[in-house]
Write a protein that binds this ligand. Structure first.
Ligand SMILES: [Zn+2]
Length: 248
């Protein structure tokens, strides 16, 4: 009789405990769901910008260089265009006056590393030193610290994306469909035709003002800007393009 009473009294306690633990498990799970995600998100890398405003960003890598930078600056001036130059530290050391010219022309300067070593992010500490070295060169010449970083070769890894949060820089690649491989100097008309065919608001277009003869690139940019202006496009820096995100 006593045993039966004990059993009768224990049963509700067991049920209460079961419900308590179920609720607790749910709460822990729910809190876990609301935690900020520590992992990096795909939008940490800017390849192009979602906007319906007719604007694109021309970008020029691997300079400054005597073969390309001034020619590009002239074309930009003719079209009253803005663009972004992703400069390499070793080139900045060789041609500091061209860095100043780019700044005086009101164009944006981004960081394209010091060494242009494709594998440097295998060791993040070395890569950060490399990035900071180039950043310091730009700062000394212009008084401005670039916050846009284009990784050499466009190669990205998780460590770089984590470092971009810690060291406060933004990784910029480009619209892959628009890569004309201008550094191989295909004919300007062919490059321009490709760009114009695939143009879309918010794209980031990749060209090079560094390394070798850049005459086909300069001509291609001129043709693109002429044709795209006629279609109502405006040419902005990468920073300006980012600010147009989700605008109509
Ligand atoms: Zn490059």
């Amino acid at each position: 009789m006593i045993v039966l009473v004990v059993r009768k009294r224990r049963l509700p306690i067991f049920l209460v405990l079961l419900i308590f633990f179920m609720v607790l498990t749910c709460l822990i799970w729910k809190v876990g769901q609301n935690q900020p995600q520590p992992c990096v998100q795909p939008q940490d890398v800017i390849g192009e910008v979602e906007t319906s405003i007719k604007a694109v960003a021309f970008t020029f890598d691997d300079g400054p260089s005597p073969q390309g930078t001034r020619g590009i600056l002239n074309v930009l001036a003719q079209h009253q265009a803005k663009a972004t130059f992703f400069m390499v530290g070793t080139q900045i050391e060789k041609y500091p006056h061209l860095v100043k010219e780019v700044q005086l022309a009101g164009q944006e300067i981004g960081n394209h590393s010091y060494s242009h070593d494709y594998n440097i992010w295998d060791n993040p500490e070395v890569a950060i030193q490399d990035l900071k070295k180039s950043e310091q060169l730009i700062y000394t010449l212009t008084g401005q610290r670039p916050f846009l970083y284009r990784p050499p070769g466009g190669f990205i890894n998780e460590k770089m994306m984590e470092a971009s949060k810690e060291h406060n820089f933004r990784i910029v690649t480009w619209s892959w469909i628009q890569d004309t491989k201008d550094w191989k100097s295909p004919p300007a008309e062919r490059q321009a035709a490709h760009i114009i065919k695939h143009i879309k608001p918010g794209q980031i277009l990749l060209f090079h003002d560094g390394w070798g003869d850049r005459s086909q690139t300069i001509k291609a940019v001129d043709i693109c800007m002429e044709k795209l202006s006629a279609q109502g496009y405006q040419f902005v820096t990468v920073s300006e393009l980012i600010r147009l995100e989700n605008q109509e």
